[in-house]
Design a protein. Structure first.
Length: 556
């Protein structure tokens, strides 16, 4: 007879248990043959009697199992069964005939309940077969002379089989009790009768992987380089996709927890999603950063920790990691749609500075072309601070651009084109004036360039209030999230369209003014004239907008 014992790790008595992949069990059993269980005694005379006292076998088994898939296991059993079949006594002489069976069996077991419906009790079916080695042992004892002689009689090898059922009781994940019954089909040379039932009780110790309800097929890192300025962006944009496959025979719920210690403020949950049987899904992993990450002054390696949790009759957790690089607080990867993260219109220092300047602005200018007058005032105030254009430092083997926050540029009194654009945009937006970046990647030049435009809030019908020269301004659709941005430098009915993402309808048109911020030391009028001329020549006359090397990105 063979048996196999499988366990399910349980968190509570009513929760199904995760199955270990391997186990080693010990079992005691009693095997009754077809002749029954009765013992009887035959007395021929006073000096001679024959007693048949046991028709079955008793013994023990060593069992090993190994999982081959979800609910099927291979099992191997080695047993030793003894049958003290008959005793013949004549005065002082006793003759005992015993049978010894040593089965070595191979089989399989199938769990009747799926992991979802199972608990501490695990019913199963098993079957298999193999060689049964049978040996007859004769014991002759003469008490009158104190002599005992043991003789090995006939031996033979027969092939038999078994099938049966059982149940395991698993109080913990590494240990279980088992109770089972098997029917052995074998022609016995020893003992009385042939095939019969085997009743057993035993214990098993287990190790290896628990039974899985899901499998992590792949972890794809989308964002290998983390830029601190974008930390709010990572709250919703996945830094990795975890491909999870449901390996259970029923629907399960899966959640991915992600963190980037010590830079993430807390663990972020993807939220449980339902995977149908056999279904595979890519689950996004996002990170909740705290503002502390924006204090890094040098690049820092970090480990993205991902914990996949599945539930469905049981709970199973699997961990996976990925290596990331966190860049410095001033690093920018050159993606124009990310540059807006450096605009700090809510910085208390910027708000205080722009409010102070605005309060000193004459009332006559506030009432007339307010946004234009305010933008000119801010530009001239920056000029008074003697802030100069300065290229970024050269950093070998480091491809990121360095962008200063507005407060840093004010402290350093210098910056390159993107630094000055960020400073000016932060001040404008702190006073409620919308801005946009103009990126120029001229195919005839080796370096890209950046300048800014702002919304005057004036409608095209009142464009004369801005300038009598229609080439000094741009007519654009008022930006709405996810809209297309239409631009028209000539004031006619034909507009060139620049994509800004999304599909919402555009808003009303307004007049926008381009400003070349690198001319900060020459004043607002010169910067305006230069910006307008660049836009006319590059975006329009040379078709930079339509060819895609001139891009306008609204600062959201």
């Amino acid at each position: 007879m063979t048996t196999i014992i499988l366990l399910f790790a349980t968190e509570t008595p009513v929760t199904a248990q995760a199955l270990r992949s391997s186990g080693l069990g010990f079992r005691a059993s009693f095997w009754t043959t077809s002749e029954g269980l009765f013992s009887f005694t035959v007395t021929r005379d006073v000096t001679e009697r024959q007693e048949v006292f046991l028709n079955g076998f008793i013994g023990g088994w060593l069992n090993y199992y190994s999982r081959i898939n979800d609910r099927w296991f291979l099992e191997f059993s080695l047993g030793t069964m003894v049958n003290a079949e008959a005793e013949t006594r004549v005065e002082d002489f006793v003759k005992v005939e015993a049978g010894l069976i040593t089965p070595f069996l191979f089989g399989a077991r199938f769990d009747l309940l799926s992991l979802r419906g199972s608990g501490a009790l695990q019913p199963y079916l098993s079957f298999g077969g193999g060689p049964y080695w049978q040996t007859v042992v004769l014991v002759d004892e003469d008490s009158s002379i104190g002599n005992t002689e043991v003789t090995v009689g006939n031996s033979r090898l027969d092939i038999g089989g078994y099938f049966g059922a059982g149940v395991n009781i698993a109080p913990v994940s590494w240990f279980a009790f088992t109770f089972d019954m098997k029917y052995h089909a074998i022609n016995l040379e020893v003992g009385n009768g042939n095939s019969g039932f085997d009743f057993g009780i035993g214990v098993t110790f287990m190790w290896g992987k628990k039974r899985e309800i899901f499998r992590i097929r792949q972890t794809k890192v989308i964002v290998k380089d983390i830029y601190p300025a974008y930390y709010q962006f990572y709250n919703t944009y996945p830094v990795a996709l975890v491909s999870v496959q449901n390996t259970a025979g029923y629907p399960i719920d899966v959640n991915v927890k992600s963190s980037l210690r010590p830079f993430s403020r807390r663990i972020k949950d993807s939220g449980f999603i339902t995977l149908e049987r056999g279904e595979t899904a890519d689950i996004p992993a996002t990170i909740v950063f705290g503002p502390e990450v924006n204090q890094l002054s040098r690049r820092h390696p970090a480990v993205l920790k991902l914990e996949v949790e599945g539930r469905g009759g049981t709970r199973l957790k699997r961990d996976t990691n990925a290596q990331l690089i966190i860049h410095t607080r001033n690093s920018w990867n050159g993606e124009m749609d990310k540059l807006g993260f450096f605009v700090t219109a809510d910085d208390p220092e910027i708000i205080q500075l722009s409010r102070n300047w605005l309060n000193n602005m004459p009332d006559s200018l506030r009432k007339k072309n307010r946004n234009l007058a305010t933008a000119k005032m801010l530009f001239e105030e920056i000029r008074k601070l003697s802030i100069r254009y300065q290229t970024d430092p050269t950093i070998p083997f480091y491809q990121d651009d360095r962008v200063q926050y507005a407060a840093e540029t004010l402290d350093l009194k210098s910056g390159d084109c993107d630094d000055l654009v960020i400073l000016y945009a932060s001040l404008l937006q702190s006073l409620g004036i919308r801005t946009a970046f103009v990126e120029v990647r001229d195919p005839e030049k080796s370096l890209a360039h950046l300048y800014l435009m702002f919304d005057t809030g004036i409608s095209p019908e009142q464009a004369h209030l801005i300038s009598s020269n229609e080439k000094r301004y741009i007519i654009r659709e008022k930006y709405q999230p996810g809209s297309l941005i239409a631009e028209n430098t000539h004031g006619d009915d034909q507009s060139e369209i620049a994509y800004a993402g999304g599909n919402e309808a555009p808003g009303d048109q307004s007049i926008w003014v381009p400003v070349e911020t690198t001319l900060i030391n020459r004043g607002f009028e010169a910067a305006w004239k230069s910006g307008a001329l660049q836009y006319l020549q590059e975006a329009k006359m040379r078709n930079g907008i339509s060819e895609g090397w001139v891009t306008v990105i609204d600062v959201k």
